[in-house]
Design a protein around this ligand. Structure first.
Ligand code: ZN
Length: 337
């Protein structure tokens, strides 16, 4: 059995990559992948999610929340969940004629469903929706800006304290914990896990609110790099997403999963699962002022701002074209850590 080193997939040999690559397919074949058909809007862009999520969630008032701790519920998450220690996750599968071309095609058409995609078990749908809605009410309570840095424990406390949120049920807490600890490789996300504690908090002294953006940056390297970018590129470049704590990332991922009709693979091609986002440890997104939603599309790569960004020579993009992390091309996402 081989293990991925701390560097995740960076630097692994092609042979090793191919082994990793085959996991998604193997997991998909071995799991009981049930796709529930729910009528939802298709392809709502990432940056429109905040606005569209409530509408989406409200349109799928399907069933009531199942009784907490029902055996079905507890067993229904990803088949045969595997433990992994820290960021070194075991490689489970042996090579089974992986197809690099198929992988690239999948990443190019990341918003489409593919035959081998892994879905959340349909039994989990009600809890997916109720968890999402409760977290959404926390966001309404604390505001979009502060929500970026709310910790899991703070979120639970808000639920207990405010009737506008309501206490998180045991079933919701278990679901969120399982989503956090599930091995994301099993549904095709190949990036590293960067936050290992569900309750990880972002201390106030470590973060700084960036004026007029509603976002935070970590003090130190992230803040320095952002300042330097603004100095070198002028104020045409703006922070579009900074620190995202576990709760914020969970909210986005649940929304993306709802939008993807339970297709975890599709969701994770454009949004890192909870605990796997480098926004939690220092990365940030930039865009061009006045470019709006297009900042989160390939159109950003065509702007002068992006060309200048690349020409600076010191900026790394976290998810370049044809990356091997199971993630689409994200020209706007600046690698810091
Ligand atoms: Zn990003």
């Amino acid at each position: 059995m081989k293990r991925l080193g701390r560097a995740g997939l960076e630097g692994v040999e092609r042979r090793d990559f191919l082994k990793v690559f085959s996991i998604g397919t193997v997991a998909a074949m071995s799991g009981q992948l049930v796709h529930r058909s729910v009528s939802l809007p298709e392809n709502v862009p990432f940056e429109d999610m905040d606005a569209s999520i409530r509408e989406i969630a409200n349109s799928i008032e399907l069933m009531s929340t199942p009784a907490p701790n029902s055996a079905d519920y507890l067993n229904a998450f990803l088949p045969n969940p595997v433990d992994f220690e820290g960021t070194d996750r075991p490689i489970l599968a042996t090579t089974s004629s992986p197809d690099l071309g198929q992988y690239i095609a999948k990443m190019t058409h990341y918003e489409k469903s593919h035959g081998e995609d892994t879905y959340l078990d349909r039994d989990r749908y009600p809890i997916l929706i109720s968890s999402f809605k409760r977290i959404d009410r926390v966001q309404n309570l604390v505001g979009h800006g502060n929500f970026n840095v709310v910790s899991f424990d703070e979120m639970l406390a808000h639920g207990r304290r405010y009737s506008s949120v309501g206490e998180f049920t045991q079933a919701e807490k278990t679901f969120l914990e399982e989503l956090f600890t599930a091995n994301a490789q099993r549904y095709g996300f190949l990036g590293k896990k960067v936050i290992n504690e569900l309750s990880a908090a972002i201390p106030e002294k470590d973060r700084k609110k960036v004026g007029r953006t509603g976002h935070f940056l970590y003090r130190g390297e992230s803040e320095r790099l952002y300042k330097k970018l603004q100095q070198d590129l002028g104020n045409n470049i703006v922070l579009t997403s900074g620190i995202r704590g576990v709760v914020k990332q969970t909210h986005l991922f649940l929304a993306k999963t709802i939008q993807s009709k339970g297709n975890l693979s599709k969701a994770s091609r454009s949004l890192a699962p909870p605990g796997h986002s480098y926004h939690g440890v220092g990365d940030f997104d930039v865009g061009k002022i006045g470019f709006g939603r297009k900042n989160f599309t390939q159109a950003f790569a065509e702007t002068d701002e992006f060309r200048k960004l690349v020409d600076l020579g010191y900026v790394d993009i976290r998810y370049p074209q044809d990356n091997m992390f199971g993630v689409r091309y994200e020209p706007w996402h600046i690698k810091v850590v």
